[in-house]
Design a protein around this ligand. Structure first.
Ligand SMILES: [Zn+2]
Length: 438
């Protein structure tokens, strides 16, 4: 067979061959892939694994993976495959329109696979871009590079995230409560993702959803406690068949918040705020930060990179205001009933001396400043002059995170005080029920 530098995996039964016919099919539902137990789309399979698609890389220009006895499949069909037997070398990959290209390191050959490329290892363990993951990889060709999605048993995913989202040094009961909240949230997101056309993943591996560093922080306590709560999720009252979108956050600062006050949208199962006296020992129960005039100018000017004004209430010449104007004052407005900032007003003076107000939503402003710097949206703000005569704004606030659902510090302290896992959960998710669904 004549070999070309670029080979293609075909739909005609060839393992790999020169371009004869390109694999073309509509992707299978990931949950329906054989050998992987009960799919998240509900198909009944011989084993009881429930899988989740975790996006672990976005817009990757060039990546690497490594594993023992790798099998590469084009698309989602198992029989169009190539086996790679090298286990000591990193395989490079990059994406071209609709294709994933894999480079064989020693022979310097390129193999082109129709996107997505599925990578499986006999041992069920793969290293991708310095992150060790269990399960399989799906590499999707996207307009700006490759997206890497890890298809993994949801129970293994939980073992990986325990020490990233919370800590096995905490009491067993509080860790078990956290695991059940994390499982409920992940399963909710997985079911929700099924409703979205062309969605290639269920959860992000970042604070966007839940932080998942792969196997790096797995330990025996995480493994034991995940196993002890296997398949247990929270459900809203009278809805035992659906998981609760069990939001949680670091520190509530005195009481939790309703989703509609944070994201402007109600969520089933969250009907009441909960007062919390347990997170007082959190280092973020109360906090104070300072933002200088220069900080604030930089934060607002970063918006110039956007094509559209970040807020519909900004005037047409908003670019001129930001580029040439000076920032006069900043104040908060429309504090929600629970003390959260719903809008930040920034007042600018243009070069012609006109005063222009550019309003920003509270949650957006927190994102602009950085959610690990402006710890929550519950604060008051006032201007001060420094000893050197410079202007700055003092923000005095409470709590860390969005404030919805379980307060992690509160849960930790409840566990230390001897409360049981179900007591912790019913405190922060009133009205919810526990169900073992696998
Ligand atoms: Zn709290």
């Amino acid at each position: 067979m004549k070999q070309s530098k670029t080979q293609e995996v075909m739909s005609c039964g060839f393992v790999y061959a020169i371009a004869v016919c390109i694999l073309s099919h509509s992707p299978l539902a990931l949950g329906a892939v054989p050998d992987h137990g009960k799919g998240i789309r509900g198909e009944s399979q011989p084993s009881t694994k429930t899988l989740i698609r975790v996006r672990s890389g976005v817009n990757i220009h060039k990546g690497r993976f490594r594993g023992y006895d790798l099998t590469l499949n084009s698309g989602l069909l198992r029989f169009h495959q190539k086996k790679l037997f090298s286990n000591t070398t990193d395989w490079e990959f990059y994406c071209q329109k609709d294709f994933v290209v894999v480079k064989e390191p020693k022979l310097k050959k390129l193999f082109r696979f129709k996107s997505p490329l599925r990578v499986s290892a006999a041992a069920g363990f793969i290293r991708v871009n310095d992150r060790g993951v269990r399960g399989e990889l799906f590499i999707h060709s996207k307009p700006k590079g490759c997206d890497v999605v890890n298809l993994v048993d949801i129970e293994m995913y939980l073992i990986g995230l325990v020490n990233a989202e919370f800590s096995t040094a905490w009491s067993q009961e509080s860790v078990k409560a956290q695991i059940i909240a994390a499982r409920s949230y992940a399963y909710y997101q997985a079911l929700d993702a099924q409703k979205k056309v062309n969605r290639t993943y269920d959860v992000e591996s970042t604070v966007e959803d839940q932080v998942y560093p792969g196997v790096a922080r797995e330990n025996s306590i995480a493994s034991r406690l995940v196993k002890a709560t296997r398949g247990v999720v929270l459900s809203p009252e009278n809805r035992p068949s659906v998981p609760l979108k069990a939001f949680y956050h670091s520190t509530c600062g005195g009481h939790t918040e309703l989703p509609e006050n944070v994201w402007g949208k109600k969520t089933r199962g969250f009907e009441e705020k909960v007062s919390c006296k347990y997170c007082r020992e959190s280092p973020r129960f109360k906090w104070k930060i300072r933002l200088g005039l220069d900080n604030l100018r930089t934060i607002f000017k970063a918006q110039l990179r956007k094509e559209m004004p970040p807020n519909s209430k900004w005037p047409k010449d908003w670019r001129n205001v930001l580029m040439y104007g000076s920032l006069d004052s900043v104040y908060t407005q429309n504090l929600s009933a629970s003390g959260r900032v719903s809008a930040v007003q920034s007042v600018w003076r243009t070069i012609s001396g006109e005063r222009v107000t550019l309003p920003v939503g509270g949650p957006e402003f927190r994102q602009w400043v950085g959610s690990s710097k402006l710890f929550s949206n519950r604060y008051i703000i006032w201007p001060e002059n420094t000893a050197g005569g410079k202007r700055e704004w003092v923000l005095l606030g409470r709590g860390y995170g969005h404030g919805v659902g379980m307060c992690q510090w509160g849960a930790k302290v409840m566990g230390d005080k001897g409360f049981k896992m179900d007591q912790i959960l019913s405190h922060y998710y009133p009205g919810s029920r526990l169900n073992k669904i696998w």
